[in-house]
Write a protein that binds this ligand. Sequence first.
Ligand SMILES: Cc1cc2nc3c(=O)[nH]c(=O)nc-3n(C[C@H](O)[C@H](O)[C@H](O)COP(=O)(O)OP(=O)(O)OC[C@H]3O[C@@H](n4cnc5c(N)ncnc54)[C@H](O)[C@@H]3O)c2cc1C
Ligand code: SF4
Ligand code: SF4
Ligand code: SF4
Length: 497
Amino acid sequence: MESKGTISWNFLKDIADTLDSYRIRLLIDAKNEIISSAIYDEEQYYQILLQMIDVERMKYSLFNYLNTEENHNFKSLKQFSKQNSIDIKKTLSFLELLRNERLIKVEYIHNNNDTTEGNSSDLTIKDLSIRSLQLIPSEVKSIYEPVKVVYETNNCSGCGLCAGICPVNCINIYNGFGKLDEDKCIRCGLCYYFCPRTYLPVNLLNMTQKDTSKLENFPKIGYYLEVYSARSKIKEISKVCQDGGISSTCLYFLFERNEIDIALGAKMSRTPWRPEPILIKNKEDILKTAGTKYVNNPTLSLLNELNKNSSKIAVVGVPCMMQALLKSEIYNIGIPSLNQVEYRIGIFCMESFSYESLLKICETLSVDINNVRKTDINKGKFFVYTHKGEDLSIPIKEISHLAREDCEICFDLTSESADISIGSIGAPSGWNTVIVRTPKGKQLFDGLVKNNLIEFKKITEVQPGLPMVEKIANSKRNKCSKHIAKKEGENKRTPNY
Ligand SMILES: Cc1cc2nc3c(=O)[nH]c(=O)nc-3n(C[C@H](O)[C@H](O)[C@H](O)COP(=O)(O)OP(=O)(O)OC[C@H]3O[C@@H](n4cnc5c(N)ncnc54)[C@H](O)[C@@H]3O)c2cc1C
Ligand code: SF4
Ligand code: SF4
Ligand code: SF4
């Protein structure tokens, strides 16, 4: 792609007209609003615009290729990739965009001769069936909606990414719910493009994690390399962490080694047990974030503070945040902060609560929120430990109606899109289950071991171990499928997974 130095403004407008892309036209028309909002400077604005032009150009090039015949398959996509010298995963990402814009139909063809009857997760993927709808794009071209539709249909996970990348800073996520300033919004659709609850190509996320070009089935807890049970040896961390302190120890190690300059996480705000996002700058800050807050925290909203300087970033967050980050990596259009994310450190998550729901749980247990020392979900119960030394609990079943409705359509328990995933399910008390997923995650885990920062065992050496993680991950998936089917039955909007 040419740089802005060699192309004129009129030339850009001509490209937008040729591509007939609303998204590009809106980005061009709103140049002044974007620059004056100061989230991106002029150079960064051009970088984003040019990369978006590239995406749109390749997307329509694939569309035209698919329009040459009515039916195509995975082999056709490989051919397109070869002709255009691009990775098949890139081609699949354009295919997903076209599918999401309803310009083509895509179905996965499964081999079902090797399955246990009725268990769809055992099906193996054989091929793709791609059907061109022979449409004229200019007649059906979607205008990208802002993510307001995601908030209004209770599909928003509250990850904060939309607020973190909006070029005119017109989104605010508070208490897990988004609000959009319609007067400021320029309808560029960038929030829609990156949001994990608009469309999320799950198979492509797994292929990217494994770095494979093949269509294949992935484990029920996502692709991984190794699984361990581990706990921190750092005393200050062990004293304040939620389980085994591996999340905090990862950050400690990365700061120590100058592998990162900044990390994103959740600290307690002035209101007890209401978290707020924090830019973690040093080891002291890590201790401020230790411990789980079960109330939603829009961690990724702070990305908009990280475009100015070049830094190396780690993000600790729940599965929806890891999905948002990996999707952004796949659909990269040069957002500076996103390109600086070096490590995705995922934690497990079954559900989160609104602050009001947490207050209701405390009320049910007759405990003042100011007296709460620690909260935990374990063995089917929500525990509240108080400063006065009380251990109170309530079965999750009795409070599940208080969980965020948006979490019901979340299928991922174990942060499948992270480099390394950390939770408590499967591990003995005071230990973490650690799922190493990518070479980067492996390097990080090996670094903790080599530097004697953690104790660890193979997951097969502990009880209840991986079978328990898989069982609960599967039950979350099934619950999610049921909720999605119910919403679809009621003609309500759902994410396109
Ligand atoms: C809402 C929620 C639900 C969870 N549900 C489960 C579950 O069902 N099963 C399970 O095994 N594990 C669950 N976890 C993860 C578990 O509670 C621990 O976070 C995990 O085991 C890591 O433990 P640790 O000792 O390494 O964490 P620590 O070293 O104490 O570090 C905790 C990290 O979590 C981050 N964090 C805290 N609260 C939030 C938040 N609200 N949003 C985003 N990040 C946050 C902090 O920034 C910090 O970096 C959940 C976590 C959250 C936030
Ligand atoms: S899921 Fe994340 S990106 Fe999507 S609307 Fe909600 S906060 Fe924004
Ligand atoms: S809210 Fe979404 S559509 Fe509106 S300006 Fe921000 S990123 Fe663009
Ligand atoms: S259940 Fe899913 S959507 Fe809800 S907070 Fe956890 S990861 Fe996010």
